[in-house]
Design a protein around this ligand. Structure first.
Ligand SMILES: Nc1ncnc2c1ncn2[C@@H]1O[C@H](COP(=O)(O)OP(=O)(O)OP(=O)(O)O)[C@@H](O)[C@H]1O
Ligand SMILES: [Mg+2]
Length: 270
């Protein structure tokens, strides 16, 4: 049995606010093995993003969360690390790609400078070496003429290209775990497929584990080995993708699957 890369045990998340605190993640446990791709599906508001962000100990902007349970990453509990150690983990060992590529990029900095920054801060590269690597990374994620595009600003890229840039930033320090929180929701369908293929390729080439979050079962198919179905802040069903698609046990999973019009589990290969 391979030692898990990430081991989440009995995770709880409670928003601290005036009046009654609100518990939105209610005792979640799961493992991710090194290099494994794991999917999380569930309807809007079920706690997918809060769970993902717990791993980086990030509360949504303007809020404060009390975490409970354990998040063991290579054996050390991230919920008990001091802030400096946690800053070192973020981006360098565990990286995250968010849903909205525009709001995650700095609009007044060239994309190259944003990648340089990561490499200088987290990997200790010199400015020159960082730029060389940034250009390689832009190439790796499929940006054409990466040397000149590195000087362009986010608004000069399409939505799909901006997501590629964010993925380049996320993988720049070769994290062991990449968390992708609805990475294609803001993109149109053809671009979605390209970004998903890119994530799969990078996962393979860089040997990363992938935590892929979506409310769309169609996205999970063919992307991950195992899937966790979430409802109301809990995991209600877990399984390998194919058996779970063929015979969901939980009524909620069946309802989610029924809501995916383009998924036809009885048809042959597309
Ligand atoms: N800043 C906040 N303050 C209080 N409650 C919040 C805050 N942000 C999110 N929540 C609540 O936490 C719960 C989980 O939210 P979360 O964002 O994790 O859902 P999600 O599964 O990612 O949904 P979606 O598919 O829409 O992204 C929801 O009930 C939401 O209302
Ligand atoms: Mg979310």
């Amino acid at each position: 049995m391979v030692e898990p890369l990430l081991s989440v045990r009995n995770l709880t998340a409670t928003f601290e606010r005036h009046g009654a605190p609100a518990r939105v993640v209610n005792g979640i446990s799961f493992d991710i093995a090194p290099g494994e791709a794991v999917g999380f599906v569930g309807e809007s508001g079920c706690g997918k993003s809060v769970t993902a962000r717990a791993i980086l100990r990030l509360a949504p902007e303007g809020s404060s969360i009390a975490w409970g349970g354990h998040i063991l990453f290579r054996g050390q509990d991230l919920l008990r690390l001091d802030d400096a150690a946690m800053t070192d983990i973020r981006g360098r060992h565990i990286a995250m790609v968010f849903q909205d590529p525009m709001s995650s990029l700095n609009p007044v900095m060239s994309v190259g400078a944003q990648i340089d920054d990561m490499l200088i801060r987290h990997a200790g590269l010199s400015r020159r070496a960082a730029r060389r690597r940034a250009i390689e990374l832009l190439d790796l994620v499929g940006i054409r003429e990466p040397a000149s595009r590195a000087d362009d600003h986010p608004h000069q890229f399409s939505g799909g290209m901006r997501q590629r840039v964010l993925i380049a930033i996320a993988v720049s320090c070769q994290p062991a775990l990449l968390i992708a929180d609805e990475p294609t929701t803001a993109l149109d369908v053809t671009v979605q497929a390209q970004i998903l293929r890119l994530l799969m390729r990078l996962r393979r080439e860089l040997g990363m584990a992938l935590m892929l979050i979506t409310h769309d079962f169609g996205v999970i198919a063919g992307m991950v080995e195992r899937v966790h179905v979430m409802q109301h802040g809990a995991i209600v069903e877990t399984g390998a993708v194919d058996p779970l698609f063929a015979a969901p046990r939980h009524a909620y999973t069946r309802a989610l699957l029924a809501a995916v019009p383009r998924l036809d589990t009885t048809a042959g290969p597309a």
